[in-house]
Every structure is written in structure tokens, then in C-alpha cells.
Design a protein around this ligand. Structure first.
Ligand code: ADP
Ligand code: MG
Length: 682
């Protein structure tokens, strides 16, 4: 058997423990390891002269060891190792803390490349904890891999070099020859060697291009195949004669033009006999729910059931209220099915869903996916809030035959990105806000203004309004840390700046019922100030909340800040968003200023794409988009159109990729789409 596809444990140098770490990263074979690409490279190609090197920024230096100083053992567990090096223009002292290995390996008189930040003045210049390699046989572009608990770049580099040897023993090519020619792509083996051990920048760029091309192509093939499959399936064709006038006349407001257009497109889709696959994209507050309600009413009038799935219990609850408001007049009574529904009630509701009396079902994704039998499911609406990915969409398609699907997303995405990530969907954008909305006034200020900001919030609270205070340390990835931070912060505020007010706390570790209780209290104005982590981001509606203050705002993507800001400005009074940052970085502040200049989510998204690349729009795990591709797309939109063209060309003659020369590609597509859902394409 080819060693490339053996379990990663078999790779020399990878033990049981390290293998487990690789497994956590989704790497199970040496072959998969080869597709774990460097995050960036340390560039030693243009070493700086020590005399010219500036303090503060990391620099590469080529130097000779002059002297190894005697190690200082300061106290138990703290020792310092120093090596003095020179390059003829000046001396530099390399300093290693607690790590004797490099120090021990370095030999007087030998030449090395070192890389690190220089500090110190005329008497002695230092480089602390440098990256060091021998000049002889040095890697001039040294790969730095994304860090994962306990796996250093050095370990990965060693393991990957070994896997590359296996690759040479059994060279492979995944791209059909014709594509290789048409798009002048570097062969796979060469590209893999080059990204992991580049000689110069030019070939590295060609290698990354080839690999990004392939990833992007796979992704596009997958979404196009999904689209092709569903367009060749049939779904219940509803009647174009269906009359929604009673629905419209019962609404408490006139619809915006964008809402009307969206409803028209959706109803047209529902009548055409093929499953609808539509994305309804609209900024926070653009009024997507009423569009969903119109679709559900349309389906119900055609004897079809609709299910609306929300990512969280709070949102499901909220949707139940609003949808009930919109649909009651038609005699439709939506039911709610979530994790906290009591067993007895759940049985009754499930029975009503199974016999078709429940026409509109609202619930959380998790619960509905689990053994719910529908009588005549016609329409699946997911309120995505950017939490679900491609694989989940694929999974839903399997549910209950082939229903129509409407995906709602409040994340404005640049159109170019949307076309890829939602390549399997038709896109409708709600690009018009309901009348009378006042833009949220936004200010980006430093921590020095915190007390003044608190004073301002107290004024708003005294006026009978409510406020949010967001204090996620980092984006939800380490929930525990966030929870502690939020708890401590809430305590401090309760005993200090806001001791005269009712302070609530909301974070990801609360049980669903607890969260709901907090949000219900917030809605009922039993809480004045809600301290929260980013969990509040997901679509919760409290029109009386008029201020949101976000701590560490520089740590968030603009798109996410925009989402958070959408929590206020939902009522009739002027609302405010205060972005606090202690970052001194010019670019961080510049970014935040964009927030004060515009409230258009799509404009913000374009800026975010330009400034930070597409990674922010979707966590990797959520949409199955590989990181290299993300990186490549940020700056390289021609690549997107090239791969789109290539994917269409391949599928035109061979919609299921049956031809022998595209088998490796097909396998890769299937794997990509099976990764985070149970049944993507197969
Ligand atoms: P989204 O889900 O797109 O963020 P919602 O559907 O929650 O937005 O709508 C936000 C608020 O605007 C709700 O209170 C809703 O009732 C209201 N709304 C929706 N459409 C209109 C409209 N055309 N005119 C006035 N208010 C509207
Ligand atoms: Mg919503």
C-alpha cells in the first residue's frame, strides 16, 4: 500500500501523542499532512546588516558566532543563555530564555541565519528568542505553520519533509492535463515541494497559485454539482394563482420595494416545480422575517408545511412571536420545537407535525434535524446568521424528500464571495431599509474615554432606555475565558459605575433556559444594562436598547462589529454605538473609523474583505473553505473567475464527473463536502 495514505502514526517521527494532535487538525495521513500549508514564511533571502538594523521590527541577519557566554541560572526554572554574534558591521547578543537547545547547538566560528526583533542601544544590541538556522544548507524561505496546541513549526516541517519523500516515491497528479495546460498550472508534486520548501518567491507564488486554484475549483465544482442535482429534482409546484392579499393587508407596515421584490422571486420559485435554492441576504433590520412569513403563508395556502430553523433557542423563540404576529390573521398558528420543549408537549407537537395540522414549525436546527416526521414538508427556511455552512445545506436537502429551501443571512458578504460560498444558491438581496430608521451614531474612542462613555450610558438609562455592553475578550473561540471576563466585568460594573441600575449578564455558557430568561427580562425592561459576550450578536430584538458599547473593538472584524451594532437602532429613538480600543496601531484605528463613516453593511463587508481578507466572514470549520483558498481569494479575484470558468467547463460535458481523468478531482470534492456534515454529496 502507498505509504502516503497510511495512518499518520506510521510516519517516522510521529508517535501516538503527536498523531492525536494531527487528528484534531483533521490530518490522518501523510498525504493530508502535505495539504497543511504554511501560514507564511520567514524570509532570509535579504539579510540586514547589524549596523543598519532598526529596533522593533523583526529582521533576518547572517552572522558568525563570536562567543558563547556562560549561562545565567537566575532561579529555579528561569535561566538565560546568550550568544554573541557578528557580521563584520556590528555585534549582536542573541538571548534565549529557558531553552538551552539552540544555545548548545551553536558553535563558535560557524555561520548562521538568525531572525528576530532587535532591541538595545549603542553599548549592547540584543535579539531575544530568535529563530536560528545554520547558514550551510539553510532554508531561505522558512515555512511557518499555523500553530496548533503542542505542534511547533519545527515538528511539522520535519514530518512534512518526510511525507514529501513518500510523495516522490509515488508521484500523483489530481488535475486533468487539459486544465493544467489551459491555465498553465504547476504540477502537484512540484507545487507541494515548493510550498513546503520554497527556493525563491517567484516559484512560491506559482505553487500557491496552483494549490489555491485547485482548492477553489473543488469548492466551485461541489456547489455547482449541488445546484445541478437539485435542479434535476422535482419539488411540489405551488399555484401561481395563490392569493396573498389577506397576508399583506394584515401587516402593520407597508413593505419596502426590496421586500416586495424578494417575495415575488420566492413565490415564482415555489411555483416552478424544481426545488428553490435561494439565499435571502439582508442587513440586520432589513426585515427578512416578514419575507419568510410571506413564503410560509404562500406554502400553507398550497397545503405545504414550512419549517423555520434558527441557530439558537432565543432566536427561535423570537421568530415564533414575530411569525405568529404576521400569520395569525390568516388563521395560521406556528408551533415551536426546541431543546427545552417538555417531553409531553414535544410529543403533541410532533404528532401535529406528522398529521399535517401544524403548518408552520419553528425550532432550532439540532432539534428539528432529529427524527421529526413531516406530513407534507414543502419549504425549509434557515435563519443562518452565518452559523451554518455548505455541508449543512447539503444535509438539509435530504430532509423530507426535496423541499424548497430559503436561506436567510444577515451577514452582508461582498458579491464576489457570495457567489462562491453560496454558489449553489440564487441570491436575493434586501438592499433597502424600512423607512424611518435612524442610522446608529458610531464613535471609535480609546479606553481613556471609558468613564465618559459610562456617564453617557447612565444618561440614556435614566431616560428609560437600555444598553448593551459587549466584553468578549476574543471571538467566542475560548468560551470559558470569555465567560470569566464577562462575569468579572459585570460584577465590577454592578458595584461601581452602574450600582444604581439593573445589570444583567449573558454568555455562551448559560443553559438555553437561562439565556432565554435573561433575554426575556431584557425585553421586558427588567434589565437596564446587559453585559454580554458576542452571543448577543445573533439577531435578538430589543427596540428599547439604544446604546451598545463594545470593548476591545479592534479584535473584531468589521462585519462582526456591524452585526453587533445592529442590536441597537431598532426602535424610534436615536441610537449609539461606542467602539472602545486600546490599540495604538494606526491600521486598527483606521478600521474602526470606517464604522463611524458608514452604516451600509455591504460597503463595510467590502472594506473588511480588502483589509483582512475573506477569513473573517466565515470561520473555516463553518463553511468548509480551506485557508489557502481564503488567502488566495482576498487579493486574487481573477483566480475566482478562472476557476468558475474551469468548473463550468468540466461539468458541462460531465455533470457528475464520471470521466477517468477527473476521478482524483471528484474524490477530493466529495471529501471536501463530506467534512462537516454527514451527507453532503455522495
Ligand atoms: P432582520 O431579521 O432582517 O434583521 P427583522 O425581520 O427582525 O429584520 O425586522 C426588523 C424590524 O423591522 C422588525 O421589528 C420588523 O417588524 C420591522 N419591519 C420589517 N419590515 C418593515 C417595513 N417594511 N416597514 C417597517 N418596519 C418593518
Ligand atoms: Mg432576523
Amino acid at each position: 500500500m502507498n505509504e502516503l495514505y497510511q495512518p499518520i502514526e506510521r510516519l517516522p517521527g510521529v508517535g501516538e501523542k503527536r498523531a492525536q494532535k494531527y487528528h484534531k487538525m483533521g490530518i490522518h495521513t501523510p498525504y493530508e499532512l502535505l495539504f497543511h500549508f504554511p501560514r507564511n514564511y520567514i524570509d532570509f533571502t535579504n539579510p540586514v546588516r547589524i549596523a543598519d538594523a532598526e529596533n522593533g521590527e523583526p529582521v533576518p541577519v547572517r552572522c558568525t558566532v563570536r562567543q558563547k557566554l556562560t549561562p545565567s541560572f537566575i532561579r529555579r526554572g528561569f535561566s538565560i543563555f546568550r550568544v554573541v554574534v557578528t557580521d563584520g558591521t556590528g555585534d549582536l547578543t542573541l538571548v534565549f530564555y529557558n531553552t538551552p537547545y539552540t544555545y548548545q547547538a551553536m558553535k563558535p566560528g560557524e555561520e548562521y541565519y538568525v531572525y528576530g526583533k532587535i532591541s538595545g542601544g549603542f553599548t549592547r544590541r540584543e535579539m531575544a528568542s530568535p529563530v536560528v538556522q545554520r547558514a550551510e544548507g539553510a532554508m531561505l524561505l522558512q515555512p511557518v505553520y499555523p500553530q496548533t496546541a503542542g505542534l511547533t513549526s519545527v515538528m511539522m516541517r520535519t514530518n512534512i519533509q518526510r511525507a514529501l519523500q513518500y510523495l516522490d516515491a509515488a508521484p500523483a497528479e489530481t488535475m486533468p492535463a487539459e486544465l493544467m495546460r489551459t491555465y498553465s498550472l504547476m504540477p502537484l508534486v512540484e507545487a507541494l515541494h515548493t510550498v513546503h520548501r520554497p527556493e525563491k518567491q517567484e516559484t512560491l507564488a506559482a505553487a500557491r497559485h496552483r494549490l489555491a486554484f485547485e482548492e477553489l475549483l473543488q469548492f466551485q465544482l461541489g456547489t455547482l454539482m449541488l445546484r445541478h442535482r437539485s435542479s434535476s429534482q422535482s419539488a411540489s409546484a405551488m399555484s401561481p394563482e395563490t392569493d396573498l392579499s389577506d397576508f399583506f393587508s394584515a401587516l402593520p407596515f407597508p413593505l419596502t420595494g426590496a421586500q416586495q421584490r424578494a417575495i415575488t422571486s420566492i413565490c415564482r420559485d415555489l411555483c416552478c416545480g424544481r426545488p428553490m435554492n435561494r439565499l435571502l441576504q439582508g442587513d440586520v433590520g432589513s426585515g427578512k422575517t416578514v419575507v419568510a412569513a410571506a413564503a410560509a403563508a404562500f406554502a400553507a395556502k398550497n397545503g405545504c408545511q414550512t419549517v423555520l430553523m434558527a441557530p439558537t433557542e432565543i432566536l427561535a423563540q423570537q421568530h415564533l412571536q414575530t411569525m405568529t404576529g404576521f400569520l395569525e390573521a390568516l388563521g395560521l398558528k406556528p408551533v415551536l420545537l426546541t431543546g427545552s420543549t417538555r417531553a409531553k408537549e414535544k410529543r403533541q407537537i410532533k404528532a401535529a407535525i406528522a398529521d399535517g395540522t401544524a403548518k408552520v414549525v419553528i425550532g432550532t436546527h439540532a432539534v428539528i434535524q432529529k427524527d421529526t416526521d413531516f406530513h407534507s414538508l414543502g419549504l425549509v427556511i434557515t435563519d443562518e446568521q452565518h452559523r451554518f455552512g455548505v455541508a449543512q445545506r447539503a444535509a438539509l436537502a435530504e430532509k423530507g424528500g426535496c423541499p424548497h429551501k430559503l436561506v436567510m443571512s444577515a451577514t452582508p458578504i461582498p458579491r464576489t464571495l457570495a457567489l462562491i460560498i453560496y454558489g449553489d444558491l440564487d441570491i436575493t438581496v434586501l438592499d433597502e431599509m424600512p423607512k424611518g430608521r435612524m442610522p446608529v451614531k458610531t464613535f471609535a474612542v480609546t479606553g481613556g474615554y471609558r468613564e465618559r462613555a459610562f456617564g453617557f450610558i447612565r444618561e440614556r438609562l435614566d431616560a428609560g432606555e437600555q444598553a448593551y455592553l459587549v466584553c468578549s475578550m476574543i471571538e467566542e473561540s475560548d468560551q470559558m475565558e470569555n465567560v470569566q471576563a464577562a462575569e468579572t466585568y459585570a460584577e465590577t460594573l454592578k458595584n461601581g459605575a452602574f450600582s444604581d441600575y439593573r445589570v444583567g449578564l449573558l454568555h455562551g455558557r448559560l443553559k438555553p433556559q437561562e439565556k432565554e430568561a435573561v433575554m426575556t427580562a431584557m425585553k421586558a425592561h427588567e434589565i437596564d444594562l446587559l453585559v454580554c459576550t458576542t452571543v448577543v450578536e445573533v439577531g435578538v430584538d430589543v427596540p428599547n436598547a439604544t446604546v451598545i458599547l463594545i470593548e476591545n473593538a479592534d479584535r473584531f472584524g468589521l462585519a462582526q462589529l456591524h452585526q453587533l451594532r445592529g442590536r441597537v437602532g431598532r426602535g424610534q429613538v436615536q441610537s449609539y454605538c461606542i467602539l472602545l480600543t486600546d490599540s495604538r496601531r494606526e491600521d486598527a484605528r483606521e478600521r474602526l473609523k470606517i464604522m463611524s463613516r458608514t452604516t451600509n453593511g455591504f460597503a463595510i463587508a467590502e472594506e473588511d474583505l480588502r483589509l483582512r481578507g475573506p477569513g473573517d466572514f466565515f470561520g473555516h470549520a463553518q463553511h468548509g473553505m480551506p485557508p489557502l483558498m481564503q488567502a488566495a481569494m482576498g487579493s486574487n479575484m481573477p483566480l475566482v473567475s478562472q476557476t468558475q470558468q474551469a468548473a463550468k467547463m468540466l461539468l458541462e460535458s460531465d455533470p457528475e464527473l464520471r470521466a477517468p481523468e477527473v476521478q482524483p478531482l471528484r474524490t477530493a470534492v466529495l471529501q471536501l463536502f463530506a467534512k462537516n456534515g454527514e451527507n453532503g454529496l455522495n
